[in-house]
Design a protein around this ligand. Structure first.
Ligand code: ARG
Length: 302
């Protein structure tokens, strides 16, 4: 495998996932969730296992956290926290402070799980009283941690993140209720390219994102919402996608990527897809994300 190809992402080889033993749709905190359309338990488990197997067959590593019985959305492991490896090799996870109380207990279980495995766990601000921050809204790309705010993450959290991690944060204001996390509208592919759905953002933020990505693969609102194709993950030159419009596939292949499809449709009923189910914990400061003493926040139009 050409894992050393220049320009390819170095992160995205190590994931934390939650086994869906208690996945249900119990409440409605995003427009996809419909209590009358419950996931099939066996099919969800089979889809999840296939995703794990596919990641491993492509050279990724998966560690599994058990699901709490009272936390049906915990399967969307991406939202538990933001993993960052410091330059000295120490692993950190910035735990999310979820917007909705229905999900807040998830991090209470994730914290000891990460701590037992050697991660330094922290909340920005204070647990339960700080600004809302949901991982899934933050991805390293280019010279910054790109952070979507609005529906879930609050603007104040950007400042906390920048200071705590000592990085540049580029904020993007999400305005589309169906793309409530950044990972539904933005997927870094390599150092120059990303899948981008401008319809998720206000005008200034959409323009800022298109400026930031030298070669964007622009998708429409409809493509983002019906195929979840931005909610994909990248392992070297492989892009694991829930489905892929022909046009998107053609561009990815032209760029030298191979598309690998994994059906996770049961999880679309809760409003998440492949990226939401997988939390990469190998983003490394100084390699994937430059450090900036004291941190810095850049907002569009500011
Ligand atoms: N039902 C979950 C919620 O609304 C879905 C989370 C999807 N995760 C993601 N990373 N986009 O919070």
């Amino acid at each position: 495998m050409d894992q050393q190809l220049p320009g390819h992402l170095h992160w995205g080889r190590r994931y934390v996932m939650v086994e869906p033993t208690h996945f249900r749709v119990d409440y409605r905190i995003n427009p996809f969730m419909d209590l009358a359309d419950q996931p099939d338990r066996d099919r969800a488990m089979a889809q999840w296992r296939e995703l794990v197997g596919t990641i491993e067959s492509l050279g990724g590593r998966v560690e599994v956290l058990p699901q709490r019985a009272d936390a049906p959305d915990m399967v969307y492991a991406m939202n538990l926290g933001l993993g960052v490896v410091a330059e000295d090799g120490r692993e950190h996870v910035v735990l999310s402070h979820m917007r909705y109380p229905q999900r807040r207990m998830e991090t209470a279980s994730a914290q000891p799980w990460f701590a037992e495995r050697g991660f330094r766990t922290l909340y920005v601000g204070h647990e339960g009283v700080g600004a809302h921050l949901e991982a899934g809204d933050a991805f390293a790309f280019g010279d910054a941690l790109v952070v979507g705010y609005g529906p879930r993450t609050e603007e104040l959290a950007l400042k906390h993140l920048a200071t705590e991690l000592g990085v540049r944060v580029r904020g993007l204001r999400i305005t589309h209720p169906g793309m409530y996390h950044l990972d539904l509208a933005f997927c870094p592919l390599d150092e120059r390219r990303a899948i981008v759905c401008p319809a998720a953002f206000d005008e200034a933020s959409a323009a800022a994102l298109l400026d930031l990505v030298p070669e964007p693969l622009v998708i429409t609102e409809e493509e983002a919402l019906t195929t979840f194709c931005a909610n994909s993950i990248v392992i070297g030159r492989f892009v694991l996608m829930p489905s892929c419009p022909d046009r998107v596939r053609a561009r990815l292949e032209e760029w030298g990527f191979s598309v690998v499809l994994v059906d996770v449709s049961e999880f679309h009923k809760g409003g998440g897809s492949i990226r939401c189910l997988t939390n990469p914990v190998d983003v490394t400061l100084g390699r994937d994300l430059p450090t900036v003493p004291g941190g810095e926040v850049l907002l569009p139009g500011a």
